[in-house]
Write a protein that binds this ligand. Structure first.
Ligand code: APR
Ligand code: PHB
Length: 393
């Protein structure tokens, strides 16, 4: 068995792990990223696609924003559709900012290209199997690659291996978990159809929630509320389009442009937070520490926020031997993560149909939508959360 040494051992080449490795590189700190899947797999994994203004700025300032700026779609607002009518939230007027629609897998590609161009080390098909010495100053990651086991010795481990990784379970006894599972999921499709709206449309219809999003001028991304364990095979393409047409119906008429569905799947909806996000020399970042329901488009952005904090804390540690920022990492990230959790839970609660809702609760939900879209104060609150709360100073 071979042992390699680096400063920061990173488990997972998702947005969290790759962005962390990039930010550390800019600060002269070495890292090695271990990724269980192949490069091709992670570069084609369809996920979300909305970047907060603060994250867009971070990517531009750190030199990995060129393709994002070229191909990303700036959105100055979003539409809430309920009672068969549209209500626009004007981000630009209310906050002076926009969001950027740019696929997560394209961002992953950009980050991998930037790391490799800078001679960074990303080991693909390298499955981290166990973590050792987390409560010592010399932790190690045991990983399997090409049927052989190896050790990666480091000073610090960054657990960026998502919700189903090994990092959080490795310290589970020391963590407290807060969670909420929602009684519904999202059936999402990718379709070769020109987007039927310039901006995202969040629809609250009597038959359930629906979301109109896009990936490019020729590719639409659409979601509809379904059962958490919905059988996607029970949904023919015709049935999906018919249901979407119904849920997006609007006074004065509105017809979705249909096209060939190239990908479909069901995503469960959960809110999940672990506290703390650090144990010994293991720092959790991104989905390994917290999951948000996708209604607020926050998962990727929250992951980026975590690693921005961790990179700065590691810089203070390596440059000045200071541990204050590292010691404060968990509290710093959780303060922002809980606000983002609140926003994602609120958007989910306001926009989905709950089978358990009484007629009274349904009326209150519609009244909340009416208030949020007719009050400058309330729509400003939605807008400032949607474009992104400031990253911790
Ligand atoms: N060893 C190595 N790699 C692993 C292991 C392991 N044992 N377990 C998981 N991984 C890899 C996964 O294959 C994946 O590529 O860790 C990566 C985790 O990436 P993400 O799940 O994308 O998590 P994160 O980087 O935190 O990004 C969060 O991604 O899933 C979206 O909605 C989510 O937008 C959020 C964002
Ligand atoms: C997406 O484009 O996939 C998307 C957009 C907004 C959301 C969730 C997903 O809230």
């Amino acid at each position: 068995m071979t042992t390699t040494r680096t400063q920061v051992g990173i488990v997972g080449a998702g947005p969290a792990g790759l962005l962390l490795s990039h930010l550390l590189h800019l600060r002269g700190i070495e890292s090695i990223v271990l990724e269980a899947r192949s490069r091709d797999y992670v570069e084609h994994r369809i996920r979300a696609g909305v970047l907060e203004h603060v994250v867009e700025q971070l990517l531009i300032e750190t030199g990995v924003g060129a393709r994002m700026q070229a191909d990303g779609l700036p959105h100055e607002g979003v539409i809430l559709r309920f009672g068969s009518r549209d209500h626009r939230i004007d981000f630009r007027t209310l906050t002076g900012k926009h969001v950027l629609v740019y696929s997560q897998h394209l961002l992953v590609r950009d980050l991998i290209a930037a790391r490799l161009a800078a001679n960074g080390t990303i080991l693909f098909e390298a499955d981290a199997v166990s973590l050792h010495g987390i409560d010592t100053s010399q932790p190690r990651i045991r990983y399997r690659q090409a049927d052989a086991e190896h050790d990666l010795a480091c000073d610090v481990i960054a657990g960026c291996d998502g919700f189903h990784g090994i990092s959080r379970p490795a310290v589970e006894p020391h963590l407290r978990v807060f969670e909420r599972d929602y009684p519904f999921g999202w059936l999402g499709i990718l379709a070769d159809a020109a987007p039927s709206s310039q901006e995202l449309v969040y629809a609250n219809h009597d038959r359930g929630f629906a979301l109109l999003s896009m990936r490019s001028p020729t590719v639409s991304r659409l979601y509809l509320q379904c059962a958490p364990d919905e059988d996607v095979d029970a949904w023919s393409d015709d049935r999906i389009w018919a249901e979407l047409q119904t849920r997006f119906s609007r006074e004065g008429g509105f017809t979705l442009t249909e096209g060939r569905i190239t990908q479909k799947g069901v995503t469960p909806m959960r809110s999940f937070v672990t506290e703390p996000m650090q144990y010994g020399r293991l720092f959790l970042a991104g989905d390994s520490a917290h999951i948000v329901p996708p209604t607020g488009a926050k998962g990727l952005n929250l992951a980026a926020g975590d690693v921005a904090v961790l990179a700065r804390a590691l810089e203070a540690f390596y440059r000045r031997g200071e541990t204050a920022l590292l010691d404060a990492y968990s509290a710093t990230c959780l303060a922002r993560a809980w606000k983002v959790q609140r926003f994602s839970w609120w958007m989910t609660s306001m926009l989905h149909r709950f089978a358990t809702h009484s007629d009274f609760e349904r009326r209150v939900q519609l009244a909340e939508l009416d208030y949020v879209t007719s009050s400058v104060a309330a729509s400003t609150s939605l807008a400032e959360n949607y474009v992104g709360l400031p990253l911790p100073a």
